[in-house]
Design a protein around this ligand. Structure first.
Ligand code: SPV
Ligand code: MN
Length: 625
């Protein structure tokens, strides 16, 4: 590369050059100079934290045509192309140097080859466009948790989305040390259609050069593939956390109220589209985060922050009745970006909104009418199932006041949940931390969903629901989790949840809102206010403790029949699951901790003993005696 400083001086206007130079960091200057030389933008906009700059991003997102205004002031919508509606596992790869190996469960390629390929696709990709540079922080800015990130993109939509989702941190960057490492993200939407949609999707690439903490993304617009600070950064953060002794998790955090108004913080990991955001947004409780959490030990306490400051949420099934808070935000003036919904007469519509929807309009497929088919003769729904909304957390009336606390909140409970139609009870508590990490986290088996491009409804193991983002050996990640609580006086309790258990007829055993009762039960368990029934897979609620909770939360009578249906221990299904989990670890997790095998074996033994005594299907009332 030519001299970094000379290049920056030549390509940036005096004002933008001064702004960039105020961030006195060698790595950043080198990254920006390289990005400019590679992608050849016409202009470079160095975005500060000023209101004026942020307004410019918002305005340009509309002027460029990447977003269009809706009727409600502050609301806009954006479309991604038909093959760009979710995270793309095939196109996402770790670039691994010849001398290293990564778990074979991870999609990867040789680093030099990958760099040549992705940089080839990025060559001159910003010709005639503006490059937007954003300085942002994961975790509260200026705290022990903060991870500084630089985003370079030619998409005003990506820059705008990140504005709602992350903390602007130009001010902090102006105080950065010269040799401090930062995460760098380079994105180009690539060639665009008249409608401002990436056209070259077959050349979509999201390549992680973890050796340089740099991620390249090209020929894609979908948020999960383009916003550096979302899942691209998570992959790098997990490596940093591993090196520094903390944890980066795919988890929500929320404050749950107990008797006397006490508030207890809980976090939870769920694969995409398995109930994470809805658990984070339970009415009457507070939300601190819905997707990515960082955990650190501070003075012997388990402390947590939200890496993000906004929500990129699934809009499907958001209904006035079930989700009043988010519904309000989606229907009142304020900043909202809708993605991949249906638009008619400047109004947004989505699947499962509980209201009448029009028979035509515009959606991700272009002009749409009911019955429209795609190239494979498959009917195109009115909106994509993975359609999303972006809002800041502070727009929510129940946003937790500790969102920006530099030392986070004390965490008392952690839950793991997937889509398990057959085996796991709706809620159970682990015997201890390690038991929970192994039995509910490292054993998480789930049906695939629409949030990832590919077939839906296929059972797969998704370790702690973070497997897609693990850039360190899987065994090491499990070990880090098991060991993390060493030196913590009161580790969080661990719970396993399953909102998707079905009966013999294939019907769900629970109503959607029931999760609220499970979370209230956890809160009581944390404080020792209720007992539990010991069963082979964990500790389950007693009927008499759930009755008042159903009454309190929903004013509903909770029947013994429902309880038995939901909490019957299904021995054959649990044994079969353990077999699959064990096989998975033997084949895909070389060096998986011995605790994993020991714990699975002990559960197997307890299940077999219980079967001898009670049979294949064990009523919780039998175990309560
Ligand atoms: C998820 O799919 O887990 C999300 C959305 O949170 S994204 O990762 O951005 O696709
Ligand atoms: Mn997520």
């Amino acid at each position: 590369m030519t001299n970094v400083n000379e290049l920056l001086k030549e390509k940036l206007t005096a004002e933008n050059y001064d702004r960039l130079m105020a961030v006195d960091n060698t790595r950043i200057h080198e990254f920006v100079a390289d990005a400019i030389e590679l992608t050849g933008p016409e202009t470079v906009f160095v975005c500060t934290d000023s209101e004026e700059d942020v307004k410019r991003v918002r305005k340009m997102a509309v002027e460029s045509g990447e977003e269009r205004p809706l009727e409600t002031p502050g609301h806009t919508y954006h479309f991604d192309g038909p093959s760009d509606q979710g995270r793309d596992r095939q196109a996402t790869k770790y670039l691994v140097p010849e001398t290293e190996t990564l778990s074979k469960a991870l999609n990867q390629m040789e680093r030099k080859e990958g760099l040549a390929e992705v940089r080839g696709l990025l060559k001159d990709s910003m010709k005639g466009r503006a490059m937007i540079l954003r300085f942002l922080s994961l975790g509260p800015a200026g705290s022990v948790f903060s991870v500084p990130c630089v985003q370079a993109t030619d998409s005003w939509y990506v820059a705008h989305n990140e504005d709602l989702l992350y903390r602007t941190a130009y001010e902090q960057f102006c105080k950065i040390e010269k040799d401090k490492n930062v995460f760098c993200f380079l994105h180009s939407a690539g060639e665009l259609s008249e409608d401002m949609i990436s056209v070259d999707v077959k050349n979509k690439r999201i390549y992680m050069d973890y050796t340089r903490d740099t991620v390249y993304s090209v020929n894609t617009q979908y948020g999960g593939n383009t916003m550096g600070l979302k899942k691209l950064a998570l992959r790098l953060t997990i490596r940093q956390a591993d090196a520094e002794g903390w944890l980066a998790e795919h988890m929500f955090i929320s404050g749950v109220y107990g008797p006397g108004g006490r508030k207890t913080y809980l976090a939870g990991a769920f694969p995409s589209a398995c109930g994470k955001t809805s658990t984070a947004m339970l009415p009457g409780e507070t939300i601190l985060g819905d997707d990515i959490a960082y955990f650190r030990k501070i003075n012997g306490e388990f402390r947590a922050v939200n890496a993000e400051a906004g929500i990129f949420g699934i809009i499907q099934n958001v209904k006035e009745k079930d989700d009043p808070m988010i519904w309000d935000i989606l229907h009142n003036p304020g900043e909202v970006i809708f993605g991949n919904i249906l638009v008619k007469d400047k109004k947004p519509y989505w699947l499962g909104m509980g209201e009448e929807t029009p028979d035509d309009g515009v959606n991700f497929s272009g002009q749409w009418h009911k019955g429209k088919k795609d190239a494979n003769e498959k009917e195109i729904p009115l909106a994509h199932k993975n359609a999303r909304y972006t809002v800041t957390l502070t727009a929510l009336a129940n946003c937790d006041p500790e969102l920006e606390n530099p030392v986070g909140v004390p965490l008392s409970g952690v839950m793991y949940g997937g889509r398990d139609p057959k085996a796991s009870v709706p809620v159970q508590q682990a015997f201890d931390w390690a038991h929970g990490i192994v039995s509910y986290g490292a054993s998480l088996e789930t049906e695939t969903t629409f949030a990832i491009i590919g077939e839906e409804g296929v059972m797969e193991i998704n370790l702690m629901s973070i497997q897609d983002f693990l850039a360190i050996p899987l065994a090491r990640y499990i070990r880090n989790n098991i060991d993390f609580v060493q030196g913590i006086d009161r580790p969080p309790l661990v719970f396993g949840v399953n909102y998707f258990l079905r009966d013999k007829e294939g019907k769900f055993t629970n109503d959607v809102p029931d999760k609220h009762v499970w979370v209230k039960w956890m809160e009581l368990r944390i404080h020792g206010d209720v007992g539990a029934i010991t069963c082979p897979t964990g500790q389950i609620p007693r009927y008499e403790d759930l009755v008042p909770l159903f009454k309190e939360v929903f004013d509903k009578e909770y029947t013994k029949e429902d309880y038995v249906k939901q909490f019957t221990i299904r021995v054959p299904e649990n044994l079969a699951k353990i077999e699959r989990v064990e096989k998975y670890h033997r084949e895909n997790v070389p060096g998986s901790p011995q605790e994993v095998y020991d714990t699975l074996e002990a559960t197997q033994k307890r299940l077999n003993e219980a079967r001898e005594k009670y049979g294949d299907y064990i009523s919780p009332f039998d175990l309560a005696e």
